[in-house]
Design a binder for this molecule. Structure first.
Ligand code: ATP
Length: 235
C-alpha cells in the first residue's frame, strides 16, 4: 500500500473541471514530481491532497485511510504539510516566530527540530530576529520549507519551490529537499523546472488540462521525447 493514494479525483471550480479524474500514488520515502504546463492542475492537485479543496468525485487515502474532504488543519496533525506557491510567510513576524508557527500542532516547538532547521538553513539562523517580509525570495522559500519541517511532516507538499529564484538558490533548495527526503520525509513536488525536479524525483506524473497523460521514473521521463519537447525546451 502506498503512503498516498489518489484515486480518480475530479475537482471543480464552479463549472470548471480543473481535475478530470486524476490518479497517482506516492510510496513512503519517495520524491514524486507533478509536471505540466500552466493551468494543467498541479496546484489544484496539491491543494486537494492537503485538504484545502474537496474533490467532487474520487478518493484520496493516506496511510490507508480516507482523507478526501478532511480539512487542512486536521491533515496537518496526520503529518501532511503544504508549502504553498508563493511561500506565504508571515511578513510582520520574525523568522523565529514564523518557524514556531509551523509547530502549532504541538504544545511547544521541538527544540531539536528547530536546531536541525537552522543547520539545514544557516541563512535563517543569521536572520532569526528579522521580519520575514524583509527576507529575499530565496530566504523566504527556505523559511517556508523550514516552517513546514517544524510540523514534523510525513508527507511534504512543495508547490514550485524554485519559482522566481536565481539558479544558484534553486540548486541549494533542491539539495535541501534531497537531504530532507534522505531523512525519511516523503515529498510530492510541483515544478515548472522539470529537469531539476526529474533529476531529484523517483517518479513523476505529467498533467495536461486536468488529466495525467504520462508517468514514469524520473530517469525515463527525463529521457522521454515528449517531455523534452514540452518541458525542457528541446526540439
Ligand atoms: P500553474 O503552474 O499556472 O500554477 P497549475 O497546473 O498549478 O498551473 P491550477 O492552478 O491547478 O494549475 O489550475 C487548474 C485549472 O483550474 C486552470 O484552468 C485554472 O484556471 C483553474 N482554476 C484554478 N484556480 C481557480 C479558481 N480559484 N477559480 C476558478 N478556476 C480556477
Amino acid at each position: 500500500m502506498a503512503l498516498l493514494e489518489v484515486d480518480d479525483i475530479e475537482v471543480r471550480y464552479g463549472a470548471i473541471r480543473a481535475l478530470k479524474g486524476v490518479s497517482f500514488d506516492v510510496e513512503e520515502g519517495e520524491v514524486v514530481a507533478l509536471l505540466g504546463a500552466n493551468g494543467a492542475g498541479k496546484t489544484t492537485t496539491q491543494k486537494t491532497v492537503s485538504g484545502m479543496m474537496r474533490p467532487a468525485l474520487g478518493e484520496i487515502r493516506f496511510d490507508g485511510e480516507r482523507i478526501d474532504g478532511v480539512p487542512a488543519h486536521t491533515l496537518i496533525h496526520r503529518g501532511i504539510c503544504h508549502v504553498p506557491e508563493g511561500r506565504r510567510v508571515f511578513p510582520r513576524m520574525s523568522v523565529k516566530e514564523n518557524l514556531e508557527m509551523g509547530a502549532f500542532r504541538f504544545k511547544r516547538p521541538d527544540k531539536q527540530v528547530l536546531d536541525h532547521v537552522m543547520e539545514l538553513f544557516p541563512r535563517l539562523q543569521e536572520r532569526i530576529t528579522q521580519f520575514a517580509g524583509t527576507l529575499s525570495g530565496g530566504e523566504q522559500q527556505m523559511l517556508a520549507i523550514g516552517r513546514a519541517l517544524m510540523g514534523k511532516p510525513r508527507l511534504l507538499l512543495l508547490d514550485e519551490p524554485s519559482m522566481g529564484l536565481a539558479p544558484l538558490i534553486v540548486q541549494q533548495i533542491f539539495e535541501i529537499v534531497r537531504e530532507i527526503n534522505g531523512e525519511g520525509v516523503t515529498v510530492l513536488i510541483v515544478e515548472q523546472n522539470a529537469a531539476q525536479a526529474l533529476a531529484l524525483a523517483n517518479r513523476g506524473y505529467v498533467l495536461e488540462t486536468g488529466e495525467v497523460v504520462l508517468s514514469g521514473s524520473g530517469k525515463d521521463l527525463l529521457a522521454d521525447d515528449r517531455v523534452r519537447a514540452a518541458y525542457l525546451g528541446e526540439e
